[in-house]
Design a protein around this ligand. Structure first.
Ligand SMILES: [Zn+2]
Ligand SMILES: [Zn+2]
Length: 343
């Protein structure tokens, strides 16, 4: 493997020589539509109702994933067929927990195999470079194999960007800002950080007058960046954990993670402070929690617009409108119609 460039936290991993970029973004200047599809609204615990955390963002002609949890590839295929699989060229990773990252390899390799001929850009916290280098090494044999039998090498490149605070992307009217959130392990008794290396992030995406905030995984505190950077956004998408009742060993184990996640009461206060045009719950722990449960537990603290996301829910931002609907199933798209043979 060659590391071609490491400057300002940007690492480019390549298999061959630097290719010419065969596909360019064709940006339609009047396209102000921003669309989010919730590919997975669950958590680490397996669920066939709520897959792992992943949100597909279409902003004009940009196709981005925010996290890539378990089941992402199948949901993305449902959301947009082969075009969506090969169209994603940018992944924002909030943190390195497996439920947010386990499908990055799948996005990289199936995107390439089914027609992406540009590098995949991966932006995430400290440690994402190491993870991507290992993923790349793990699948070197697969890439070598497929290239040998005729799959173009273009599209295997990874542009990996370790980011912290601030603007991390700004092109074609699409601005992405990263910020720190509070999800590092703490001593439950004292609240003191245990000292694990690394960081955990949230993201805000602005596109042609629309604004969406992704909380990442986080506990809620008064000092949280979300309270500032999320003020007045169109959509504030927040994680949530409902405490498990009782004192069984299973409940106790589940409730340990309350120290790094947010209860409906806490998120209700965040929503009340920031006043988004629409508050959204996703990354719902445990995944069996119903919309009614979350509404009931949030309403005493927040009375604004609120929606509980489910897998394949779609939110469209256009003009001043926020349209909530269901993503049409596009998985019937034929392989023959994919861009797999385009160079
Ligand atoms: Zn996490
Ligand atoms: Zn998580």
């Amino acid at each position: 493997m060659k590391i071609l460039m490491k400057a300002m936290g940007i690492i480019v991993f390549m298999f061959g020589s630097m290719p010419s970029i065969a596909q360019e973004h064709v940006v339609s200047p009047d396209n102000d539509v921003m669309k989010l599809t919730f590919l997975g609204t669950g958590a680490p615990r397996p669920s066939t109702e709520r897959y792992g955390p992943s949100i597909y963002v279409e902003a004009g002609d940009h196709k981005i994933l925010v996290d890539a949890g378990p089941g992402m590839r199948e949901r993305l295929f449902e959301a947009g067929g082969f075009d969506a699989i090969s169209g994603v060229d940018h992944i924002l990773v909030t943190h390195l927990h497996f439920d947010h990252t386990v499908s990055i390899s799948s996005a990289w390799l199936s995107g390439w195999l089914f027609g992406r001929r540009v590098p995949l850009r991966v932006q995430g916290p400290a440690g994402i470079g190491h993870m991507m280098m290992n993923i790349k090494e793990a699948y070197q044999w697969d890439v070598d194999y497929r290239v040998m039998v005729g799959v173009p090498i273009e599209g295997t490149e990874l542009i990996v960007n370790e980011v912290s605070d601030g603007v991390i992307f700004d092109e074609d009217g699409l601005k992405i800002t990263a910020f720190q959130v509070e999800h590092m392990p703490i001593d439950i008794a004292t609240g003191v950080l245990l000292g694990l290396r690394g960081e955990t992030l949230g993201f805000r995406i602005d596109y042609k007058g629309h604004s969406v905030l992704f909380s990442g995984d986080t506990r809620s505190t008064e000092a949280s960046e979300i309270n500032k950077i999320g003020e007045g956004v169109d959509l504030l998408i927040h994680e949530v954990q409902v405490p498990s009742p009782g004192a069984t060993p299973e409940a106790n184990l589940a409730n340990v993670s309350l120290s790094v996640h947010s209860t409906p009461e806490q998120v209700g206060h965040v929503f009340a402070r920031t006043k988004p045009k629409m508050a959204v719950y996703s990354h719902i722990i445990p995944p069996g929690t119903t919309a009614e449960d979350l509404e009931r537990d949030t309403r005493p603290f927040y009375d604004g617009p609120l929606v509980v996301a489910h897998d394949m829910m779609e939110i469209t931002l256009t003009g001043d409108d926020i349209i909530i609907g269901e993503r049409a199933d596009q998985s019937a798209g034929r392989f023959e119609d994919s861009k797999v043979l385009e160079k």
